[in-house]
Design a protein around this ligand. Structure first.
Ligand code: DL6
Length: 822
């Protein structure tokens, strides 16, 4: 053995066992006979953490020493998923740890399952931030992720009687071994009050902000290790606390309850994540959260600059700050305030620094998602920022007039203030004006941004606009989730593909190799058996692993059209009922996803899926030919077994609505074929894998626009299509709701009268395309070849490629390799 290995850093099996038992004793305070599974998980987590800390501290030392240019990724959401498994992969010690646990008569899988995931995000946007942190560290780019340490993340979803029920996510209940509090770096954040003028030392007028309240921000740091490198970056999440000194002594002397009340109010700020995906909520607390973490982050960056003795004029040279959507867009005004009011800088240099500092990523075209804050709320919470925004706007609109003359329509459309229907601050406009680059997240999305939502900005400064197509990390989404496929690929082409996903292309030569196909099929089957066990355990539904696994997992939203998928399920059901001997390709339809708690129609869609499932699954005429299952509580942890088990990936949003999609990438990388519309990155996936290896259907973005213009009449499709009519009539008549005709009426009426997402128009093309899928699945060799080619050609969709593009086009940052000090 490796006798000389340090117990905190060594990676030999004997060392790992010793370190693990030591942590069980000295961290958990247990000996094996009393230890619970959770104690063992914690002991292992601390064992891994020790190995991370060695890299983390070295990384910090090198960044400080070299004064490295740093990416600051500002995001209200980081949907990290469980850390343990990912850290084992990135440290390269998964196998050693597995062996160590086995020798201690423990099962690594069971310990991994004990980790509560930090669900600090809603969906794609938060998960993208997590993939990007993995790639940034793997590419050795100095990075700080800044966000909010929500005490309660996205709710846990229960299904009761077919309905979604939300349960508080108490993820911190048993402690979090992955974070370290840094109270020594706490900052103060002001809210409310008023501003006043005063003279500075040079006798020049400056503005002072006298707030109504002050909240403390405490940073909690989590190390983010790259794959097989020594770089460990930092995710710095802020928790709100009451300051000891402010209201406590000055205002509440002798008023103990008042003081405690103040504490409770302050801490409410970071209590809970807003569970809305794609709709903003004009709630005061949400704006407070946004300003809170942004101010904490910028103050923290200023502290780092001062510590490194860098002049503030170099802020944009030290930091490239990315705004993950408009949630952190208030940063534009906050950096201006800090430079002007707290560091006595003049407007022009402060504005130049600000614009050079920020980049803005837009993640949606849906109008209901565009954030705007009423002037009333904004001025009461951030009076100084409103003054600054007025000044930015005034100067900006002067430039607009200079370029385009007095075109009041254009000026009204570009203004940072919306005066159409009440007065609002438009956060996307603030982000555009305050950034030097603006990007969409897929080619189509970036094009539509320039042609529609941000057209006026595109006309004013076209050079700011660019596209960076999203990507996902192959470490979590292939290596960790699909170890069997990983081993097969690596046994053929070596393991370079894990860092350079373009290399998986090399498995193309095996696409028609019978031996390879046989192994490929075997792995898919084992992954399906695994999911079949999970489904049985969580839902009681038994499914056939030899059926076609047809999967749609994502947030529930009308534009994503889970209800179109359900119309297909009903159609298949009716076909079998009409012809009981029908020789159809057996299918298992799997759904999962959360609905925003206040999104009534989305919740009704969940109820519909479960209601159809109930009828279909217990019908003896149907047997194993069709099953419909809704897997509750979709999150990162529960999703990891899903992608590797899919035969078919459902990406069926109305064209023009899904900015990118990232689940589509996870599926295709794991060998699922896609049925999809020409939307988001489906288009780019289809181009990459080849049109012949992709099931395309439906209206294009242009078709959707044209159909709207000429007058869309959804009821006509219903009247003229007997299969569609039968399916809709069954829903309406209570066939799936024990005769209750009122239950699904809102959904049926919506589809027949307005159908804003054009399910009626896309129904028959979808059904026909699904028929093609079923046919193709029967040709085993053809399907396997298509599946292999999908994986082989997905190289572009690694988040490493996306991050390289951000580094070159937007951030202008270079890798900073880290060596471990001897
Ligand atoms: O860019 C990540 C992700 C895309 O893949 C999805 O298509 C898009 O819907 C999602 N956007 C949001 C919007 N949230 N806000 N604001 O979550 O971003």
């Amino acid at each position: 053995g490796m006798q000389c290995e340090d117990d905190r850093t060594g990676i030999g099996v004997e060392t790992l066992k010793r370190a693990f038992l030591d942590n069980l004793f000295y961290v958990q305070g247990k000996f094996p006979a009393l230890a619970t599974k959770h104690d063992y998980y914690m002991a292992l987590a601390y064992t891994v953490r020790d190995r991370l800390l060695q890299r983390w501290v070295n990384t910090a030392a090198i960044y400080t020493q070299q004064g490295s240019r740093t990416v600051a990724y500002l995001s209200a959401e980081f949907l990290m998923g469980p850390h343990l498994g990912n850290n084992l992969i990135n440290l390269g010690i998964y196998n050693q740890v597995q062996q160590a646990m086995t020798e201690l008569k423990l099962d690594l899988k069971e310990l991994l399952a004990k980790e509560e995931e930090p669900g600090l995000g809603n969906g794609g946007l938060g998960r993208l931030a997590a993939c990007y942190l993995d790639s940034l560290a793997s590419l050795e780019i100095p990075t700080l992720g800044y966000g909010i340490r929500y005490e309660f993340g996205i709710f846990d979803q229960l299904i009761r009687n077919g309905w979604q029920v939300e349960k508080t996510d108490k993820w911190l209940r048993y402690g979090n071994p992955w974070e370290i509090a840094r109270p020594e770096w706490a900052v103060s954040v002001k809210f409310g009050g008023r501003t006043e003028a005063h003279k500075n030392a040079q006798g020049r007028y400056r503005v002072r902000w006298i707030p109504h309240k002050v909240v403390l921000g405490i940073p909690y740091d989590t190390p983010i290790l790259g794959y097989k490198v020594n770089t460990a970056n930092t995710l710095r999440l802020w928790k709100a606390e009451a300051p000891e000194s402010f209201d406590f002594e000055a205002f509440n002397r002798g008023n103990y309850y008042g003081a405690v009340d103040q504490k409770v109010t302050s801490e409410n700020l970071t209590k809970v994540l807003y569970p809305n995906d794609e709709t903003y909520e004009g709630k005061q607390l949400r704006l407070e959260q946004q300003y809170f973490f942004v101010s904490c982050a910028l103050q923290d960056m200023l502290r780092i600059m001062l510590r490194q003795k860098l002049p503030l004029e170099q802020f944009h040279e030290k930091f490239a700050v990315q705004l993950n959507d408009t949630h952190p867009a208030i940063a534009v005004a906050e950096l201006m305030r800090l430079l002007l009011d707290e560091h006595d800088m003049d407007w022009e240099p402060a504005w130049e620094i600000t614009q050079k500092t920020f980049g803005y990523t837009n993640h949606t075209l849906l109008p209901e998602a565009l954030e705007k804050w009423s002037l009333k709320l904004f001025s009461s919470l951030l009076p100084r920022h409103l003054e600054i925004i007025y000044e930015i706007n005034w100067r900006f609109l002067e430039q607009v007039r200079h370029k385009f003359g007095t075109d009041e329509g254009r000026i009204g459309r570009l203004s940072l203030i919306d005066e159409n229907d009440g007065k609002f601050v438009r956060m996307a406009h603030l982000a555009c004006v305050g950034s030097h680059k603006i990007n969409g997240v897929a080619a189509l999305h970036s094009e539509l941004l320039q042609k529609t939502t941000l057209l006026d900005f595109y006309e004013f400064f076209p050079e700011k606009f660019t596209n960076i197509t999203n990507g996902v990390t192959p470490r979590r989404w292939i290596v960790l989730s699909n170890p069997k496929l990983t081993n097969l690929i690596t046994s053929c082409i070596g393991d370079n593909w894990i860092k350079h996903l373009e290399d998986v292309q090399r498995i193309e030569t095996y696409a028609e190799d019978p031996g390879f196909q046989q192994e490929w099929q075997q792995i898919k089957r084992e992954n399906k058996v695994n999911v079949a066990e999970i489904l049985l355990d969580r839902t009681g539904v038994k499914v056939d692993p030899d059926s076609l696994f047809d999967i749609q997992v994502k947030r529930i939203h009308q534009y994503k059209r889970q209800h179109l998928n359900i119309l297909h399920a009903i159609t298949l059901y009716n076909q079998i009922k009409q012809n009981p001997n029908l020789d159809i390709t057996p299918r298992t339809l799997i759904f999962a996803g959360k609905a925003a708690p206040g999104y009534y129609i989305a919740k009704l869609i969940i109820k519909l899926i479960n209601s159809v499932a109930e009828v279909v699954n217990k019908d003896p005429d149907i047997g194993d030919r069709l099953k419909v299952v809704f897997l509750p509580d979709y999150n990162v942890k529960n999703s990891q077994p899903i992608y590797p088990a899919a035969d078919l990936s459902e990406q069926i949003s109305t064209a023009g609505k899904e900015a990118s999609g990232t689940g589509n990438m996870k599926f295709a990388m794991n060998g699922a074929l896609t049925i999809g519309t020409l939307d988001g990155t489906n288009i780019e996936i289809r181009n990459a894998v080849g049109a012949e290896n992709f099931f395309l259907f439906g209206l294009t973005t242009e078709d959707v626009g044209a159909l709207r213009l000429t007058g869309y009449r959804p009821r006509e499709y219903y009247k003229e299509n007997p299969q569609l009519k039968q399916a809709i009539d069954q829903i309406a008549s209570g066939y799936f709701s024990h005769g209750d005709r009122s239950l699904f009426k809102p959904l049926v009426d919506l589809l027949l009268d307005k159908d804003p997402f054009m399910l009626m128009a896309d129904y028959q093309p979808y059904i026909d395309c699904q028929q093609q899928v079923s046919q193709t699945y029967r040709d085993r060799d053809r399907w396997l070849q298509m599946s292999i080619l999908n994986t082989a050609r997905m190289g572009k969709f690694s988040s490493d490629r996306a991050i390289r593009e951000y580094c070159q086009q937007i951030w202008k940052v270079q890798p900073v390799p880290v060596q471990l000090a001897a």
